[in-house]
Design a protein around this ligand. Structure first.
Ligand code: DP6
Length: 361
């Protein structure tokens, strides 16, 4: 584990005091992704296999992750809570290569060039699992989600890549370790390591070893998510940049962490009680609050398109007409609907193109 001194040494500490204190500073004061990987994988038994395949679901947050306390490790400011989409996600196969000097990456059956940002992100993640060995891999990753549907594939992608690469190296990791490793690829990926309702505990530790997701035990067979594919433009500002801009430029952000913590507590209770109205109100209000902080950033971050607003207005009209349906949105123009099975026909009448996802068996 590397030792890096990053705190300024106060002038009143002369060198003899510093030498006396130095042995106490065994732990690094900042941590890199490699430090995290070494501490989780360094003692794992290496039992390489030729090929390993893994699946991970997309997840939609009911209480959003927005804002990082450590950008390098994707450590969040607040806890978040999501639900997995059982049949939508990423399947990734990792094959060990012999005699190759570089990794090879295929996305949806198409080769990805080394100059592509996607290739570089995948290789950076593989580096965590190589440790000091020269292993090279072929990655075949397939998303069964239309990109235009606005369901982020980076969460399921990093979760599947984490599971598959750990598998090909023969590392026997528990859910917590997989979740931490997926998180350093993309924050929300830590939730895609699990099915069902999942809470990401933000943690307090500087190395992020307590910042990981854990599944909730409850299921909700009647719960539905409606995916609306809008003709929106591609995402203009990615989550990473959008979060940094929000945290740095809007005074509204100071209200966000407390609101998110309060919302999580309410959502957990709503899930235990199967109180759909409480779940829907809280999830929609949470998404709107996140978007309010984005809009109040500078330059403003407005992910909504005219079609998004039209959908919102239809949802609010449906509620006025007595149909319990709520919405949530992420860092893009698409809207996802939350409702229960008895109102599915009413939803389909208003949104004929909606794709309805059953969230639990
Ligand atoms: C709005 O997990 O994509 O979807 O950690 O920078 O990769 P990085 O961000 P990412 O952010 C997701 C943000 C969100 C809310 C959520 O899913 O909780």
């Amino acid at each position: 584990m590397s030792v890096r001194w990053v705190m300024p040494v106060p002038g009143y500490l002369d060198s003899s005091v510093f030498l006396f204190l130095f042995p106490l500073l065994e732990c690094p004061l900042t941590f890199s992704r490699v430090d995290v990987a070494r501490s989780l994988l360094g003692d794992c038994e290496y039992r390489p296999v030729d090929v390993f395949e893994a699946w991970a679901p997309v997840n939609i947050a009911l209480c959003k992750y927005w804002g990082k306390r450590d950008a390098a490790l994707n450590l969040p400011v607040n806890d978040s809570l999501s639900v997995a989409l059982p049949d939508k996600g990423t399947r990734t196969r990792v094959t060990r290569l012999q005699g190759e000097s570089k990794d090879i990456v295929f996305l949806n059956d198409q080769p990805v060039s080394e100059a592509d940002g996607f290739y570089q992100k995948v290789v950076a993640h593989l580096n965590l699992f190589r440790l000091d060995r020269g292993d090279r891999f072929r990655i075949d990753t397939v998303n069964n989600i239309a990109t235009a549907a606005g369901l982020a594939s980076s969460a399921s992608g990093f979760a599947a890549l984490t599971r598959a690469t750990a598998g090909v190296q023969g590392f026997n990791l528990d859910g917590k370790a997989l979740s931490i490793l997926a998180r350093v690829g993309s924050g929300s990926a830590c939730r895609s390591v699990f099915d069902g309702f999942v809470r990401w505990h933000k943690g307090e530790a500087v190395d992020g070893m307590d910042s990981c997701a854990a599944p909730l035990s409850q299921v909700w067979p009647g719960l539905r998510l409606g995916v609306l594919t809008l003709t929106g433009a591609a995402k203009k500002v990615g989550s990473r940049e959008g979060m940094a801009r929000t945290v740095e430029t809007t005074p509204l952000y100071s209200a966000w962490p407390a609101q998110a913590e309060a919302d999580i507590a309410i959502l957990e209770q709503a899930i235990v009680d199967r109180d759909f109205e409480l779940l829907g109100v809280t999830a929609e209000h949470n998404a709107m609050t996140m978007h309010a902080t984005m809009i109040a950033s500078w330059p403003p971050l407005l992910y909504w398109e005219p079609e998004s607003v039209a959908v919102m207005q239809k949802v609010w009209q449906l509620r006025k007409d007595g149909v319990p349906v709520y919405l949530t949105m992420d860092a893009g123009p698409n809207v996802k609907l939350l409702f229960e099975s008895p109102v599915e026909d009413s939803i389909r009448q208003v949104f004929p193109d909606v794709e309805v996802v059953k969230l639990f068996p």
